[in-house]
Design a protein around this ligand. Sequence first.
Ligand SMILES: Cc1ncc(COP(=O)(O)O)c(C=O)c1O
Length: 380
Amino acid sequence: MIYLDNAATTFPKPESVYENINKAMREYGANPGRSGHKLALQGGRAIYETRELLGNLFNIDNPMNIIFTHNGTDGLNLAIKGLLKPGDHVITTSMEHNSVLRPLKAMEKVGVKTTIVECDKIGLIDLKDIENSINDDTKLIVTTHASNVTGTIFPVKEIGDLAEKNNIVYMVDVAQSAGVYEIDVKDMKIDILVFPGHKALLGPQGTGGVYIRKGLDIMNMKEGGTGSKSNLLIQPQMLPDKFESGTPNTPGIVGLGAGVEYILDRGLESIRNHEKELTRYFINELKKIEAVKIYGPKDAEKQAAVISINIGDEDSSEVSYILDKVFNIAVRPGLHCAPLAHKTIGTFEQGTVRFSIGPFNTHQDIEKAVQAVGKIVKQI
Ligand SMILES: Cc1ncc(COP(=O)(O)O)c(C=O)c1O
């Protein structure tokens, strides 16, 4: 199987991820942060180490400002619903995933107003359109860092500067960039950073997190046991306990830590260059096949390793089915949970066939994918 569905979940993972999950379950599978015995303490330490590693990766000073969640969606809901109040105005973009758009839509019912800034045909945002949408009630700007449909990279630093200048909270969904691109919350003026653990951070499914800048007031939506201040009937307000009620996913978080450690060891630049090289080659080869329509920037410098295509008017599900069944190549068809992005690039009806490259794909994988697309074109 050639796996080119890394934008959904990366596969495989580094060997150390499997090993550390196994070790967490077999050697210290106790409940961390609760009982004071050796195994519980070991679990608590292992979770803290993952927080520290993520802090290193994103230039976050205090690892306690990182909250673990079940996935990216969980983190986006926590931050969007916890931050916004009736009367607040939010600016977002037409390239967002439903895990941003649906919570915002839900918040409209309680009086939150949303402006969705339209991106251009390749998924690029114009900073001026964001600036022109700011009003006195604008509390939040939320954008993706890289589109999960076209890979288009967003000018996060410039948007961060604009948000800071206007005293607006900036939240970034780094689902498609964390683990490949430099993310520095201080330099980019990011107040809230939301990341799934199971994509390019190379952790297992069931992991993700949110960084919340010190001093930002976000309401918790869950209350429960935290292992801290157990004498009180009210939720502790210190981070991360405020948002981390209930037994954590210790094996998952430890696995995520191993994924981040792999990234830090191999180096972001090395991973990025590897993926860029394969993306560049893939796009150049696809351009030579006449019936293939490529969406997005078509430039490895301007997009993440996410390449959306169509073959003529062929249904994207049909093409993906053939790639899987005949060529043993895993990709994703359809709308990729981002309907407005498809309206933006003009593929709402057809969807796209999305190839997404990960750190363990090889040149040969991409050659085979190009050959497969070429053969499908000839047969249709
Ligand atoms: C851009 C983007 N945001 C958010 C998400 C949601 O992440 P999760 O599936 O971990 O909830 C995804 C997942 O595909 C995504 O691509």
